[in-house]
Design a protein around this ligand. Structure first.
Ligand code: UDX
Length: 439
C-alpha cells in the first residue's frame, strides 16, 4: 500500500519505518528541512534502539523516503497518517493547530479518496474537527472528493517502540465506514499474531482509549509512590508490598514501581489534557487531579531526602547524580524528574555533577546554563569528594557498580536511590547510608 506520514518526529518516524518494513511504500513528510536532510543522509534525529538500521534498510530498498514537499506527499499515499505534535496549551489542553494544518494540507492537495488517520494523541472530538477542516478546504476548491477520518492512537514506549509497533498487544482503530475499515484491516494484517490484534470501534471511543490507558498507568504509579512514602514512615518495605499485591491477577505486576515520579512526553501531558477535557465538559476528574499533584511532589522526593540528611541549606554540598533521561534507553528529557531535582538542589546552593550514558547532550540543551551544574563523561568521576550519590534513572549500567570504589570516592557513603536499584540490607551491612523509595 502507499502511505504518507505527516510529521517525522518520534511517532511518525517509527510508524512510517515499521510500515515500510512490512513492504509498504512510505513517504514521510516534515516541515523542518534540517530534519529531512538529516534523514535523507541516513541520520536519525532521535535515539531509539533499532530504528537507525531499520530506516537505512528501508531507504536502501526504495520503500521509504523523506520529503518537505507537501503536495508531493499528499499525492503519494492512499492512507495519510497525521503524526504531528500536540503540545499542551497553557491550560493543559492539547494544542491542535498542527493537526488541523495537516488536515487542511491534505484537503488542499488530495485528488482522490484518502483515509486520513489521526495518530497523534488528540482529545475526543478531534476527528470531527479534522473532518470539518477537510470539508472546508474541499468546498473552497469546489472539489467533490471522498475521504474517511480514522482514529488510530499509538501505544509506543520509548526505547521499545519498534518492538511495540511490530508486535502490538492491540491495535485500536476508530473507523466508521466500511471502506476505511477494510483499508485499515489490510494495512495492519502483517502485524496480527496468533489472535486478532485489531479492535475496531467508533472514533470517539478510540480517541478516549488512548487517554484512558495512559491515565490509568499514571494512576498506578502515583498510587505506588504515595504508598511507598507511607511505607517508609510505617517501617514497611514497598518492594514486598508490591509483590504481595502484584500476585493478584486483577492488579498484576506491571507498572507498580515506585520511583522519582513519572515523566516523558506522554503521561504528564495526557493526564493534564484529560483533566482539562473533563473540565471543558463539566466533569472534575478528582482521581487524576490527585495523580498529578502526587507526581509533582514525588519528583522532589529525592531532594526531600537530601534535605533531611544535610539540612535545608545545601550550599557547599556537592552531589553526584546518575541518570538524567526520564527513563532508561532514551535521551528524552521531557518532564524528566532530573530537571526538577537539579533545579531544586542548585537553588538550595548545592553543586551537581551529573552523568547519563545517552541524555547528557540533550540535558545540556534543556537545562544548560546553570553554573552549579556540570556534566561528567563517565559514571565514577562525579563521585570524587561528593557528599552523596543520587540515582534518578535506572540505566542497566548502574545496577551492579563497584561499591568499594563508590565508598572510597564519596566523602561519606551516602546513596539516595530514586529507583530502588539495590538490596538495602546488603548495602547497609556494607556501611552505606542507603536511602531508597519506600523501604
Ligand atoms: C508511555 C506509555 O507506556 C505508552 O504506552 C504510551 O504510548 C506513551 O507513554 P513512555 O512515556 O515511553 O510510554 O514511558 P514508560 O516506560 O511508560 O514510562 C513512563 C514514566 O513512568 C517514566 O518516567 C517511568 O520512570 C515511570 N514509571 C513507569 C514508574 O515510575 N514506575 C513504573 O512502574 C513504570
Amino acid at each position: 500500500m502507499k502511505i504518507t506520514v505527516i510529521g517525522s518526529g518520534y511517532v511518525g518516524l517509527v510508524t512510517g519505518t515499521c510500515l515500510a518494513e512490512v513492504g509498504n511504500e512510505v513517504c514521510c513528510l516534515d516541515v523542518d528541512p534540517a530534519k529531512i536532510e538529516l534523514l535523507q543522509a541516513g541520520g536519525i534525529p532521535i535515539y531509539e534502539p533499532g530504528l537507525d538500521d531499520m530506516v537505512r534498510r528501508n531507504v536502501a530498498a526504495g520503500r521509504l523516503h523523506f520529503t518537505t514537499d507537501v503536495a508531493e506527499s499528499v499525492a503519494f499515499g492512499d492512507i495519510q497518517f497525521i503524526a504531528v505534535g500536540t503540545p499542551p496549551d497553557e491550560d493543559g489542553s492539547a494544542d491542535l493547530q498542527y493537526v488541523l494544518a495537516a488536515a487542511r494540507n491534505i484537503g488542499r492537495y488530495m485528488d482522490g479518496y484518502k483515509v486520513v488517520v489521526d495518530k497523534s494523541t488528540v482529545p475526543v472530538g478531534t476527528a470531527d474537527k479534522v473532518r470539518a477542516a477537510l470539508a472546508e478546504v474541499l468546498a473552497e476548491r469546489d472539489a467533490q472528493l471522498d475521504y474517511s477520518v480514522v482514529s488510530n492512537p499509538e501505544f509506543l514506549k520509548e526505547g521499545a517502540a519498534i518492538e511495540d509497533f511490530m508486535k502490538p498487544d492491540r491495535i485500536v482503530v476508530g473507523a466508521e465506514d466500511e471502506r476505511a475499515v477494510e483499508m485499515m484491516r489490510r494495512l495492519y494484517a502483517p502485524f496480527q499474531r496468533n489472535h486478532e490484534r485489531i479492535l475496531f470501534m467508533d472514533v470517539r471511543s478510540a480517541e478516549l482509549t488512548k487517554y484512558a490507558a495512559n491515565a490509568m498507568l499514571a494512576t498506578r504509579i502515583s498510587f505506588m509512590n504515595e504508598l511507598a512514602n507511607l511505607a517508609e514512615t510505617l517501617g514497611a518495605d514497598i518492594e514486598l508490598v508490591r509483590r504481595g499485591i502484584g500476585s493478584d491477577p486483577r492488579i498484576g505486576y506491571h507498572f507498580l514501581y515506585p520511583g522519582a515520579g513519572y515523566g516523558g512526553s506522554c503521561f504528564p501531558k495526557d493526564v493534564k489534557a484529560l483533566i482539562s477535557s473533563g473540565k471543558a465538559h463539566g466533569h472534575t476528574l478528582r482521581v487524576l487531579d490527585a495523580v498529578e499533584a502526587a507526581n509533582d511532589a514525588q519528583k522532589l522526593r529525592l531532594v526531600d531526602k537530601a534535605v533531611a540528611r544535610f539540612g535545608e541549606d545545601l550550599s557547599g554540598r556537592r552531589f553526584a547524580l546518575w541518570g538524567l533521561a526520564f527513563k532508561p534507553n532514551t535521551d528524552d528529557m521531557r518532564e524528566a524528574p532530573s530537571r526538577v531535582i537539579v533545579a531544586e538542589l542548585t537553588r538550595r546552593g548545592a553543586e551537581v555533577v551529573a552523568y547519563d550514558p545517552v541524555a547528557a547532550e540533550e540535558a545540556r540543551r534543556v537545562m544548560g546554563d546553570n553554573p552549579r551544574l556540570r556534566f561528567a563523561e563517565d559514571m565514577m568521576s562525579p563521585l570524587d569528594g561528593a557528599d552523596a550519590l543520587l540515582i534518578v534513572t535506572e540505566w542497566k549500567m548502574f545496577r551492579a557498580p563497584d561499591f568499594e570504589a563508590i565508598r572510597a570516592a564519596l566523602k561519606a557513603p551516602v546513596i539516595i536511590d530514586g529507583r530502588n536499584m539495590y538490596d538495602p540490607a546488603w548495602l547497609r551491612e556494607q556501611g552505606f547510608d542507603y536511602l531508597a523509595i519506600g523501604r
